[in-house]
Design a protein. Structure first.
Length: 451
């Protein structure tokens, strides 16, 4: 037999090796447990968000989790209970951040819509449309300018007649048109006789855009919603795709004219249609008036009529102001004819010229009294394409919230009164506190959201 021994140095080295091995095993065990807890939480939150509201996706291509779970109330406990049900593991859980579809004037909804339309349609068509938006904006600016000018001219004529104690004759009197419109309203002037207007109404105070909404909390790092022209066009294209209007009404919905509601925001289809046609007439007026001012033939016709009217009342000094009043009334009458053509399913050219001018001066005073035969146009823009302009020019936050109004009332009609857009969760962050071993806890957050 041979004698063997282990030195003190080797004993200490061996002990250190065992300690290191044990520490590595312990660290690996803790890390594996942490990874498992994270994986459980991630799987659980993905499963929770897989329970998205199906009607919202099917009809409007928007993802959101109904936090009421088709009950009459929303509580965060329901979300946490589902989180635990899907195997989040043992631990303590708390919702740190939550975002609803209606938060920040519908920001999450708008983000999803723009992303969806960008993937669906690409950017080429939007860039083509963007080329004409400057003209839309210019028309809106010109509208206010010409409306002020028209008011000034009309008041000047009325003042001059009052000072002279005279009245224009009823025949060929351009002021009669304005009196007729004031008495009947623009809607009665532009709606074709065969078109029956919907009389549906809703309660505005119940709509998300008018009631006090539940709000989320916390800030999520998301891509900002751009307020550029392309993004606005994506959103307006979505509205035209998903919502009804008078040219294609949906009688089964709460409101038949949904796009008109998004623009007008009033309680009834009739009121909203009135707002839209008034806006359309106002949009077309500066185009038509500008054309008349640049057309020598039309101006000569107006001057001849003005001279006749001024001669009847023996006030030749008023020829100029009467002429301007006739041109204003003529442009207004042309605008009414155009909007009526749009409601009849025809198209109207955006720019005006001699070939596509519809209303003869001799027919001006027949508006609202008898049928007027005018030239029909096969080219131009349809009613919906003019609605695109109005939607583009509207405040984007306003039309976003009114879109949510329509979505909510339609899904409530179909699924039940439980549905609320301010209970629809779009993003969620849950903080987890898990016990790994005695005196060892692990804290982490799990985030998920629809993009």
């Amino acid at each position: 037999m041979k004698k063997g021994e282990v030195t003190a140095f080797l004993s200490i080295l061996f002990l250190l090796f065992l300690s290191l091995t044990a520490a590595i095993i312990e660290s690996a065990t803790v890390q594996v447990t942490k990874n498992k807890r994270r994986a459980d939480a991630t799987r659980a939150i993905e499963s929770v968000f897989a329970e998205y509201q199906k009607d919202l996706l099917k009809e409007y291509d928007v993802f959101a989790l109904d936090g009421t779970y088709e009950s009459n109330s929303f509580t965060e406990k329901k979300l946490l209970d589902r989180f635990k049900f899907y195997g989040a593991g043992k631990g303590t859980y708390k919702i740190e951040k939550i975002q609803f579809l209606s938060d920040d004037l519908g920001r999450a909804f708008r983000e999803q819509v723009i992303g969806y339309m960008r993937q669906k349609n690409g950017v080429d068509h939007m860039q083509e449309l963007a080329g004409g938006t400057t003209e839309w904006i210019d028309q809106e600016r010109e509208q206010g300018k010409y409306e002020k000018e028209g008011k000034k001219v009309t008041e000047s004529l009325e003042k001059s007649l009052a000072e002279a104690e005279q009245e224009l004759p009823a025949e060929d009197n351009p002021l009669e048109l304005f009196s007729e419109i004031k008495a009947k309203g623009i809607l009665c002037m532009v709606v074709p006789k065969e078109l029956k207007i919907s009389e549906k109404m809703i309660q505005l105070k119940e709509m998300p855009s008018n009631r006090k909404l539940r709000k989320g909390r916390g800030t999520f790092k998301t891509q900002k919603v751009k307020r550029d022209t392309i993004s606005k066009l994506y959103f307006t294209s979505y509205l035209l795709e998903k919502f009804s209007s008078i040219d294609n009404p949906d009688e089964k919905k709460k409101l038949s004219y949904e796009l008109e509601y998004i623009i007008g925001g009033r309680k009834s289809d009739r009121e909203n249609l009135d707002i839209v046609v008034t806006k359309l007439v106002g949009m077309r007026f500066p185009v038509n008036y500008g054309f008349l001012l640049s057309n020598s033939v039309k101006k000569a016709e107006a001057e001849a009529m003005a001279a006749t009217l001024a001669g009847v009342i023996a006030l030749p000094a008023l020829i100029g102001v009467i002429k301007q009043t006739i041109l204003l009334a003529w442009a207004f009458g042309e605008s009414i004819i155009e909007v009526r053509a749009l409601l009849e399913g025809e198209k109207v050219e955006l720019l005006k010229n001699q070939e596509n001018w519809k209303l003869q001066l001799s027919s001006l005073l027949k508006l609202g009294k008898e049928e007027i035969n005018v030239q029909k146009s096969e080219s131009g823009l349809s009613y919906r394409e003019y609605l695109r302009m109005l939607l583009f020019l509207q405040k984007q936050e306003e039309i976003t919230m009114r879109s949510l109004d329509v979505i909510e009332m339609n899904i409530r009609q179909k699924r039940g009164e439980f549905f609320r857009v301010d209970s629809c969760v779009s993003k969620l962050e849950i903080k987890s506190i898990c016990t790994i071993r005695e005196k060892i806890t692990y804290r982490f957050s799990t985030l998920y959201g629809y993009q």
